[in-house]
Design a protein around this ligand. Structure first.
Ligand SMILES: NC(=O)c1ccc[n+]([C@@H]2O[C@H](COP(=O)([O-])OP(=O)(O)OC[C@H]3O[C@@H](n4cnc5c(N)ncnc54)[C@H](OP(=O)(O)O)[C@@H]3O)[C@@H](O)[C@H]2O)c1
Length: 310
């Protein structure tokens, strides 16, 4: 196994804010930290759990990203140039002190989260002038119980063709993370959202992707995805009639034990990102006058599973 050893000339422990900062060095944040470290541009790490460094496994490689992971926003010296926010959507408010400390009028904040609402959910928490840039995160990564992270595919992001995108592209230039810039970001983001929405059925059933082999679950998935498609189109996404079938087919052709982060969160009794992955379809459906009866049931059950009471 190849090991990339820690050397951190840019890290936050050096008493100044590094040019690139990661808030939330979990599965996705640690992956971005690792790809930056591999090319000699180790970012500052800012999180909830103090760690000496990060350990990321990518195939046969073990990448050790030097820390420390700082946990006190008051210790931040000033804003960074590019900040990646990789906390869960349910953790944005709690992470707000980091956004205040690390962002400023010259900062581009790239939000590495699922959903189609990153700009509206994060913008209220940043200082004036900060550019908030959404993204679509395409790669699966898993945080293990010991804090290490297992990367399960080549890292890939899509950004909108918008102010700040070029700074993020530059920050990740030369790394193993592919960055695409899309002039039709809404369509890309909504396609990913449909995939995430359907994956909510895995959290509800407590089953991995093998569950989509059931005819009744497949029918339910298609009915749900048709609702999602109508809402996506009303929001300006250009997605074809074949998208629901394609998404279902992809789940059905995946390994039967393939999981999803919302199922992992359920199995660990953590809050679920039900609102940004499923609730959003019902909310925006209501705003557009589009009925979403399947989505309403799915959302209610996911919300209750996540938040109780009981
Ligand atoms: N994982 C995937 O495969 C994947 C794929 C596509 C998209 N996404 C999306 O990417 C986003 C991040 O997911 P993830 O899987 O990387 O989550 P994760 O592994 O749970 O990572 C979240 C990180 O944020 C930290 N954190 C929590 N509260 C914080 C706070 N108040 N201040 C600073 N840091 C805080 C957590 O610290 P602790 O260590 O203390 O918990 C953890 O390190 C989500 O929106 C998810 O849906 C994930």
């Amino acid at each position: 196994m190849a090991v990339t050893e820690p050397q951190n000339p840019h890290g936050a422990a050096r008493g100044h804010t590094p040019p690139v900062a990661i808030i939330g060095p979990g599965a996705i944040g640690a992956t971005i930290a690792a790809v930056l470290h591999e090319v000699g541009r180790s970012p500052g790490l800012f999180g909830r759990t103090a760690r000496d460094g990060l350990e990321v496994f990518a195939g046969e490689e073990r990448i050790l990203v030097p820390g420390p992971v700082l946990t006190d926003p008051a210790a931040v010296e000033g804003p960074a140039e590019v900040v990646f926010l990789a906390v869960k959507a349910t953790q944005i408010a709690a992470a707000a002190p980091w956004l205040t400390a690390l962002c400023g009028p010259d900062t581009v904040l790239c939000v590495l989260q699922n959903g189609v609402e990153q700009t509206s959910t994060v913008s209220p928490h940043v200082p004036p002038g900060t550019v908030v840039l959404p993204s679509v995160v395409w790669f699966p990564a898993q945080a293990e119980a010991d804090g290490s992270v297992r990367l399960r595919a080549e890292p890939r992001l899509t950004l909108p063709e918008a102010t700040g995108a070029e700074r993020v592209v530059e920050a990740l230039q030369g790394t193993r993370c592919t960055v695409e810039v899309s002039s039709d970001f809404a369509s890309v983001a909504w396609r990913k959202l449909l995939q995430n929405a359907a994956a909510g059925l895995m959290a509800l059933t407590g089953r991995r992707s093998g569950v989509f082999a059931r005819h009744d679950v497949a029918d339910l998935t298609l009915a749900y995805l048709q609702e999602c498609l109508s809402v996506a189109r009303a929001e300006g996404a250009r997605l074809g009639d074949d998208v629901p079938g394609e998404i279902l087919a992809r789940f059905q052709s995946s390994p039967a034990d393939m999981s999803t982060s919302i199922l992992t969160d359920r199995e660990s009794s953590r809050p679920l990102e039900w609102d940004i992955r499923n609730g959003v379809v019902s909310r925006l459906g209501r705003a557009h006058g589009i009925p979403t009866p399947v989505g309403d049931v799915v959302t209610t059950l996911l919300a209750a599973t996540s938040d109780g009471p009981g």
